[in-house]
Write a protein that binds this ligand. Structure first.
Ligand code: NAG
Ligand code: NAG
Length: 349
């Protein structure tokens, strides 16, 4: 089939990565999948033109409100995938809620990433019951084995001999909401007493003003470094080599970086917020902290307790392979999309 896949593809967002992964699943099944950014369209007519020009037979949208609504009324069958903002934010606005209800009515199927997302969607739109499937995000990591850890250390201006180094990695777009500076003071104080530990913040400079603020702060903080954006494959190689992955942000949603670290067998230290607590069980698949002092306490414990480290890594890997299987995700999307090809039929989730 020739499929149009609409999503919000702003760079450096989890959305773009998710959309590309799902496109790969569909192309692997022999479909042609035309992935487009919703922001490139100003009107529904432009979508009509694209559908005609590209001979589109069916469509998929990631985000009911932002993308799904553009697919309405074109008389091509489509499926939708709930985005975080659909069920966390847009649902509370009357106008947007009504639009999403109509989109759901017309869609042949809808995918939620989690059971709780499905439940809140069903509570909101009971008519959609029976149409909503749960498929968690599949995790796939592709470390670039030719990218060297030493190159990374050079970029981070860390000159210690690699043996006794302990690099804590924070992967983070430089935006206020991601709170990249949350641990900096506490970490720096710890570094002064334990010079083998470093905190390296890696991420694209999303917000220039805020980036300046982060740079200035990092320059004043011993043991803390900032490294710019890196290719995904290189970053995976770096994650594989670091001592632990850190997540300190307050934002909602699920952190792909955490799941990828688990897949790469690296321990995770994450701030205790709902999105993180959903994937990290304290002392089982990772460690959860509530403030910077607790972070340092747990990080010290992890350093001194190889058994804890080994267990967390094993459990984390098991968790990702069981609950975020890329293969299962592939099978689900391939079979859902086949239904867009035939006549409308009631389907059983
Ligand atoms: C992997 O790393 C090497 C060495 O830094 C680089 O030349 C190459 O482009 C990287 N490959 C990918 C896929 O990022
Ligand atoms: C940290 O985790 C939260 C929730 O899981 C996620 O939304 C956020 O993007 C992550 N932030 C970083 C810096 O990894």
């Amino acid at each position: 089939m020739r499929l149009l896949f609409l999503a919000v593809l702003r760079p450096h967002t989890g959305n773009a990565v998710t959309a590309e992964r799902i496109r790969d699943h569909l192309e692997a099944a022999g479909h042609v999948c035309i992935l487009k950014d919703t922001l490139d369209f100003e009107s529904s007519t432009e979508i009509t033109d694209l559908i005609t020009a590209e001979k589109v037979e069916a469509a998929l949208a990631l985000h009911l409100y932002r993308a799904g609504r553009l697919l309405q009324g074109h008389r091509i069958p489509f499926g939708v995938i709930f985005g975080g903002t659909d069920v966390n934010e847009d649902v509370h606005q009357e106008g947007k809620n009504a639009v999403m209800e109509k989109v759901l009515e017309e869609a042949r199927f809808a995918v939620a990433f989690t059971e709780s997302m499905k439940e809140s969607a069903q509570a909101q739109w009971p008519q959609a019951k029976g149409k909503i499937y749960v498929q968690s995000q599949g995790i796939v990591t592709t470390p670039n084995a030719t990218f060297s850890w030493n190159t990374f250390l050079q970029r981070a201006e860390i000159s210690q001999s690699a043996d006794n180094l302990h690099v804590f990695l924070l992967i983070c777009g430089l935006r206020q909401v991601k709170d990249p500076l949350y641990l900096v003071d506490a970490f720096s104080a710890w570094h002064r007493e334990e010079p083998s530990v470093y905190l390296v913040i890696v991420g694209p400079e999303v917000d220039p003003g805020f980036t300046r603020e982060v740079k200035a702060k990092v320059e004043r903080s011993a043991g803390v470094r900032l490294v710019g954006e890196m290719a995904r494959e290189d970053l995976h190689e770096v994650v594989k080599n670091c001592f632990a992955l850190v997540n300190s942000s307050l934002s909602e949603g699920m952190s792909a970086a955490i799941l990828e670290a688990m897949d790469l067998e690296v321990p995770v230290l994450a701030r205790d917020i709902p999105g993180n607590a959903a994937v990290v069980t304290h002392e089982v698949t990772g460690l959860l902290f509530s403030d910077p002092q607790e972070f340092v306490k747990l990080a010290k414990r992890l350093l001194g307790d190889p058994v804890l480290e080994r267990d967390i890594v094993a459990n984390g890997r098991e968790y990702v392979r069981t609950h975020h299987s890329w293969q299962t995700e592939r099978t689900t999307y391939q079979s859902l999309v086949w239904r867009l090809g035939g006549p409308q039929s009631p389907c059983e989730p």
